[in-house]
Write a protein that binds this ligand. Structure first.
Ligand SMILES: Cc1ncc(COP(=O)(O)O)c(C=O)c1O
Length: 369
């Protein structure tokens, strides 16, 4: 199996730790270890202090899987498997798919959602939103289904556009899948990051027997460095295959990360609420900014998630624009080329404290552009 380079991650690798300003991150600022420990309950501190640094359970620490349960309808820790989010995405596709299968995936999207499908030589169709408002039309999804469709891949809140479905629309996606016995892999990495007026969707595994939900600590909790994610599904035979496949990859998660993830899950508001406040404030700042700068051709505020895909009125490609800006003023942006999306867009991320400072420099740059 050969995989193409992950363009977005390679672009981050080039600039993330050298650029002075980051305007396109999808995660919120990382919380400190001290912040996590300061909010921990007494029993969690005992776990932390008594922790040994040996191997851990392949499926994830049973207390971690218990801490995941309140967010889902299930009461069964055997519905939960822990690994890093990227790994769980990779393993899911490998466990589910054969070359003769057809897959429908949202696009643009985080590249691994489609690249792994391609590497497995499956036939792939895209479910694309309307660029006017980034709405995904259910009729388009229905038309993309083929007799050999095995899997539908969705990602709501959507990275990069900030698009979201209504519950009725999600129920329609499930109806389409159920009629043809199709799995749904729902990448819910931005779960709970919803704007004030947006109604939160339930995880797919609560609604559909062949639904697989992916969530983790990276985005919602501002704890990407823990590398903790989890799949939740009612399909135990699928989850057992995931656990077995992991033996060839990470085998198990890191013990400190598991305990810190338990602390976060048991006290979500300490992590989520500051992130939501930051994202909502930064979206308002950017709405005003977009009106003042003609180069911003269109901006659809996110309904959910931490990013938007912003169209630019420029004569060059968005890649050339982004490369020049990072060279000249040290602002890193992710251009649409990193999402294999045509048109001149950059992703803007709203989860960072220094957003207004970065906007000031970005505004000065656009004024002289
Ligand atoms: C939609 C989506 N899924 C999965 C991931 C992977 O998450 P992690 O970096 O925590 O492995 C990301 C990261 O940006 C993402 O945006």
């Amino acid at each position: 199996m050969k995989l193409k380079n992950f363009s977005l991650e390679r672009y981050f690798a080039k600039h993330e730790f050298s650029a002075k300003y980051l305007l396109s991150c999808s995660d919120c600022d990382g919380y400190s270890l001290k912040y996590v420990l300061d909010g921990a309950y007494e029993e969690e501190m005992s776990l932390w202090e008594g922790m040994t640094l040996g191997y851990t359970e392949s499926e994830g620490h049973s207390l971690l899987r218990e801490s995941v349960l309140p967010y889902y309808k299930t009461n069964d820790i055997n519905d939960v498997v822990v690994a890093s989010p990227g790994e769980l995405n990779f393993v899911t596709m490998n466990v589910l798919l054969e070359p003769s299968d057809h897959v429908v995936a949202v696009a643009p999207c985080y590249q691994s959602l489609t690249e792994i499908v391609k590497s497995l030589q499956c036939d792939l169709s895209f479910w694309k939103p309307d660029p006017e408002d980034w709405k995904f039309d259910i009729a388009h999804l229905e038309r993309a289904i083929q007799p050999n469709t095995k899997l539908i891949i969705i990602n709501f809140p959507h990275n990069p556009t900030g698009s979201y479905l209504t519950l009725d629309e999600l129920q329609e996606v499930i109806r389409i899948a159920r009629e043809k016995n199709i799995y749904i892999f729902s990448d819910e990495m931005y779960h709970k990051l919803t704007m004030e007026a947006t109604q939160e969707l339930p995880p797919i595994c609560d609604l559909y027997e062949k639904g697989i939900s992916l969530w983790g600590t990276s985005k919602t909790f501002g704890l990407a460095g823990l590398r903790t994610g989890w799949l939740v599904s009612q399909d135990h035979s699928f989850l057992e295959k995931v656990i077995a496949y992991k033996d060839y990859l990470s085998i198990c998660s890191s013990a400190p990360s598991e305990i810190l993830s338990i602390m976060a899950l048991n006290n979500i508001d300490r992590f989520l609420q500051p992130n939501l406040e930051k994202i909502r404030n930064n979206v308002s700042l950017f709405s005003a900014f977009a009106k003042e700068h003609k180069i911003i051709k269109s901006f659809t505020p996110p309904q959910a998630g931490s990013t938007s895909f912003v169209e630019l009125d420029i004569d060059e490609t968005s890649l050339v624009f982004s490369d020049r800006m990072v060279d000249q003023v040290g602002i890193m942006t992710v251009p649409s080329e990193m999402f294999e999306h045509t048109g001149k867009y950059i992703r803007v991320g709203f989860g960072r404290d220094n957003f207004s400072d970065v906007l000031e420099v970005f505004g000065r740059y656009l004024d002289t552009y």
